[in-house]
Design a protein around this ligand. Structure first.
Ligand code: PLP
Ligand code: ZN
Length: 458
């Protein structure tokens, strides 16, 4: 029985205060510390590892509600307290684990896999956490908690996920977006799902302060990643990857980092599996930041001895343009346990890495580009070895960022030299002209992964 397992919020700042998961509380009321979700591990450990792997295998990608979802298929390890009737699921998880054979060979890796978390209902991994949070809100509403709506500040993807899950549940959603700083698709998503969409003249950090105040003073629930319910859902990425490899742990996991909830969640997922005996080792974790928003990278250079928030600069990787990550301390703790490495990527590096990988059949968002650029550097310098089994987390679908793709292939991105440019060729409606164009392109070697020979780059 799922119901006999239990989880709760616990203060992570040392005072160990506990709260129920259906309490409206975002930080410790005694000391102000961040809250984490803790599970009754002794109860979970009463089962053999084989019990879990068999159970998860039986449920994976099937239609037995709600267990076919990649998140709810692991309900006991995620959030056992929610009644199935309150679960708001859009069949999240179960995403493609893509063997990047051709791209891997190109950069010197034999066993490179891309976990396509962007192949998701709203096009990013944010669905994995949002299903848990919105389900808990539905449960609280059913218990008469008087919640009027759910709000978040967002660099785009969180608001899209919140809007979709709230719409599916019939709960009002309010999204705070930094004006002119999200892509067209990211703006269209909450509009289409009928969320109240506030376009605010501030950056993400500014929107964050405002939404906190609104939620603190009113009966509106806060959906930001300081809300550790989301981390519980995102944790299933590591469980799912391991499951897809028949319960073998990869050597290295690479992920882009902004607010640092995802790298934290991935670490927690592996730790939980290890504690339950499902796996016996941990992978190395690599977190890559945009150079223009790199507070974690700076702290890493000083062995995490110090952390200073920065003013994030405008970057193509808009979802990680964050100067003061909410989960900085949790992420630092995780990275220390996982022999973690932090890298950074310039605008030029992230855009070209994304385009280079696209040439092998992928279709990457700029944040995945950041991770890919970090991967290329770490492979070149030998930190990641040719035989390592590497899983790179792709965080969003490339289709969410058409401006980025179009700009790249028009050679129009600031600070980027488009080395893998591919422009449409305008040809006359005439057989001979078209045939000549095709043969010239094949001769020029347009289909290698190498940079174009295109001479008139910007
Ligand atoms: C949210 C997001 C990130 C950053 O994840 P964090 O948990 O904030 O580090 C990266 N890529 C995409 C596409 C995102 O939506
Ligand atoms: Zn406390």
């Amino acid at each position: 029985m799922v119901e006999s397992y239990k989880a709760w919020f616990q203060c992570a700042s040392g005072c160990d205060e506990r709260y129920e998961l259906n309490q409206i509380v975002y930080s410790c009321q005694k000391c102000g510390g961040l809250l984490e979700v803790r599970h009754d591990m002794d109860r979970l450990k009463q089962k053999e590892p084989g019990y879990w792997t068999k159970l998860f295998g039986k449920r994976y990608m099937r239609t037995e509600w709600p267990y076919g979802s990649g998140v709810w298929g692991k309900k006991e390890l995620v959030c056992p307290n929610i009644k199935n009737e309150n679960i708001v699921s859009l069949y999240e998880g179960g995403s493609n684990l893509f063997w990047a054979q051709r791209f891997g060979e190109d950069i010197g890796l034999k066993d490179l896999w891309i976990k396509q978390c962007g192949n998701a209902h709203t096009g990013s991994f944010k669905d994995l956490g949002m299903t848990v949070l919105v389900s808990m809100v539905k449960q609280m509403i059913s218990e008469g908690k008087g919640i009027l709506g759910v709000a978040c500040a967002s660099t785009g993807d969180t608001s899209a996920a919140l809007a979709a899950y709230c719409a599916a549940a019939g709960i009002p959603a309010i999204v705070f977006l930094p004006k002119n700083k999200v892509s067209t698709s990211q703006l269209v998503q909450p509009l289409a799902n009928n969320a109240l969409t506030l376009s605010i003249d501030a950056d993400f950090d500014g929107c964050m302060k405002l939404v906190r105040e609104v939620c603190q003073k009113n009966n509106i629930y806060l959906a930001n990643s300081m809300n550790s319910l989301r981390i519980e859902g995102q944790k299933t990425v590591s469980i799912e990857i391991t499951q897809q490899f028949n319960w073998e742990v990869p050597d290295v996991v690479v992920v882009p980092g902004g607010n640092l909830g995802n790298v934290t969640a991935i670490g927690l997922g592996f730790l939980m599996m290890k504690e339950l005996g499902i796996v016996d080792r941990l992978p190395r974790l690599v977190c890559v930041q945009a150079q223009r928003a790199n507070p974690l990278y700076r702290s890493y250079l000083e062995n995490f001895r110090e952390y200073r928030p920065i003013q994030a600069q405008k970057t193509l990787a808009s979802a990680i343009q964050i100067g003061d990550p909410v989960s900085i301390h949790k992420a630092t703790k995780i990275l220390k346990i996982f022999d973690g490495v932090v890298e950074q990527a310039t605008e030029d590096e992230l855009a070209n890495a994304a385009a280079r990988a696209d040439r092998s059949g992928l279709f990457n968002c700029p944040h995945t580009g950041v991770a890919l650029a970090g991967l290329i550097k770490l492979t070149k310098e030998g930190t990641i070895r040719p035989g390592d089994r590497v899983v790179l987390i792709s965080t969003a679908h490339g289709l969410k960022f058409p401006e980025f793709k179009i700009g790249y292939h028009a050679g129009a991105l600031d600070g980027v030299e488009s080395r893998y440019i591919n422009r449409p060729l305008e040809v006359a409606a005439d057989y001979e002209t078209i045939r000549t164009a095709i043969f010239e392109a094949i001769e020029r070697g347009c289909y290698n992964l190498q940079p174009s020979q295109d001479k008139d780059l910007p």
